[in-house]
Design a protein around this ligand. Structure first.
Ligand code: HAM
Length: 422
């Protein structure tokens, strides 16, 4: 026998039992997104490498060391998308959807990052992402956050809290960066190896360090909030007012910096203490400069993405219920081809009535077929043997709750089942 080929490390199969949680999240998210007027957009999994390098930033971990990049047969450098915003913006510009327009888009799909796999962190993972274009004010920032809060409510997910911050404009951030570097240089001896490396390339990310030994240095660092330009400060204050008025609780976290370079002003994260170190379930913010950076006309924009694996894990831990997609009925057929034909016709007519029906295939005696019926999760088995077939009748057997077995005419089976299944 040949050796079994295994999946790529950090890339998971999603098996039917866990998929039911995924489908529930997808269904509920779609309804919530449509309730706010967001429309779905799909764009390729593969893009030119330059798209991500230019948008996410050369000095970020993602572009420096996490992208799946390769040359295709023409020698073009391509990359599996590590996130959705860049592709969404590219698609918007290329299809003329952004200039002088207001757009609300959402997307869902697989993203790829070559990170060290651990619980909640994978090399192929899935996001539901949302991007809003053409709206410069804090009203849309607030709407995006309220949308996420409504989604948690609709899913009845517990244990998430909201952190917000403002990164200001590129100019105010550059001023803050200078000040931060000056401070960090004065504390160079206290910096860990990672932070020493980041000091000149991406010093803001040092604020995001998870190393407890760095806590004191970070706590004493100058605060970004104190370096905001006036317009960004007003934008942030107004956002806080909108959230207050909506009775949404949040913490202002001046150390919240995000791992992608395109953000301006508002950034936010929904975090939990129930998933270990991979605590961020949903994250986003404003990125007013990105459309122009990718060759479009200046267009304000904001959005977020949630991590499906982390959200599903949270829901599974909570023991929340899932959409019931199991069959309601298992049709056992014991007989020759004429009986099988009659059974198949009956199964089709039950499906016409909206019932979920598994029809026994592959033969087997009654005992075997009833075992299969039990494993299928169906509530009822229908038994069709030579005798029932001749009399155009069928036996209804309850597999779960001990109701009496009944023999009914095939013409009345839908009525009987519907009464019982409500
Ligand atoms: P991000 O923070 O890189 O932002 O990712 C968003 C979410 O995706 C994270 O909060 C996390 O839940 C999930 N995630 C990220 N990496 C992994 C991984 N390796 N394994 C499992 N889950 C992961 C973005 O991607 C931005 N594009 C969000 C955005 C949209 N900002 C504006 N618009």
């Amino acid at each position: 026998m040949s050796k079994v080929i295994q999946a790529v490390r950090g890339m998971n199969d999603l098996l039917p039992d866990v998929i039911e949680h995924w489908q529930r999240v997808e269904d509920v998210s779609r309804d919530v997104l449509h309730a706010y007027g967001y429309r779905e957009i799909r764009f390729p999994v593969l893009e030119k490498t330059e798209l991500f390098a230019r948008s996410i930033g050369q000095d970020t971990d993602i572009v420096e060391k996490e992208m799946y990049t390769f040359e295709d047969r023409n020698g073009d450098s391509l990359t599996l998308r590590p996130e959705g915003t860049a592709g969404c913006v590219r698609a918007g510009i290329e299809n003329g959807l952004l200039h002088n327009q207001m757009q609300r888009f959402w997307y869902a799909g697989a993203m790829f990052r070559h990170e060290r796999p651990q619980k909640g962190r994978y090399r192929q993972f899935h996001q539901i992402g949302v991007e809003a274009f053409g709206m410069p004010g804090p009203d849309i920032d607030a709407e995006l956050i309220l949308l996420t809060a409504r989604l948690w409510n609709a899913l009845a997910v517990e244990g998430l809290s909201l952190q917000i911050n403002s990164l200001g404009t590129p100019e105010s951030r550059a001023r803050y960066r200078q000040e931060l570097v000056r401070y960090l240089e004065s504390r160079r001896a206290d910096l860990d190896e990672d932070s020493q490396r980041r000091l000149n390339r991406n010093p803001l990310r040092i604020l995001d360090s998870k190393n407890p030994a760095m806590r004191e240095v970070i706590n004493e660092a100058p605060s970004m909030m104190d370096h905001l330009d006036d317009a960004s400060r007003k934008h942030f204050e107004q956002l806080c007012k909108y959230l207050d008025r909506a009775d949404l609780r949040y913490d202002i976290n001046p150390r919240l910096v995000r791992g992608l370079d395109y953000y301006t002003r508002t950034v936010f994260e929904w975090v939990t203490d129930r998933l270990g170190s991979q605590a961020t379930v949903c994250a986003g913010g404003r990125y007013d400069g990105l459309v122009e950076m990718l060759g479009g006309k200046p267009t304000p924009a904001a959005g977020f993405a949630l991590g499906m694996e982390r959200l599903v894990e949270l829901l599974a831990q909570q023991g929340s219920s899932v959409n019931d997609t199991k069959p309601q009925i298992y049709l056992a057929i014991v007989g020759e081809s004429a009986v099988i034909q009659q059974g198949m016709r009956l199964a089709e007519s039950l499906r016409d009535q909206g019932l979920r029906v598994v029809c026994n295939c592959g033969g087997g005696n009654l005992k075997t077929q009833l075992k299969r019926a039990d494993r299928s999760g169906a509530r009822y088995a229908l038994l069709l043997g030579e005798e029932e077939s001749k009399r155009q009748s069928i036996t209804i057997k309850d597999l779960r709750q001990g109701e009496d077995q009944v023999l009914v005419p095939q013409s009345a089976v839908v009525k009987h089942l519907k009464q019982r299944l409500v």
